[in-house]
Design a protein. Sequence first.
Length: 101
Amino acid sequence: MIIYNVTIKIKSDIKDKWLCWLKEEHIPEIINTGCFTHAHILRLLEVDDSEGPTFAIQYFADSKALYNSYIENNASYMKQKSFTKWGDKFIAFRSVMQVVN
């Protein structure tokens, strides 16, 4: 199993609207690509929230090939949609992990 992790620091003034959009639109659209089976939303604790909270969204893919398909066919479009909607109200970084156990 592959986990595509997107860690996002979001401005406090849009947090509630952003979370609603994330749950109702963004994550379902990514899952509907067929590349991921499900996703989890996590909030980071014990970090500086003075500029806004930090979340990690983890998308689970059954194989590296499915993850690669998402990156090649959908990632740029989805990133652009996020920037179009939220502008500079967030920063994000991405990582990829493999479940070992």
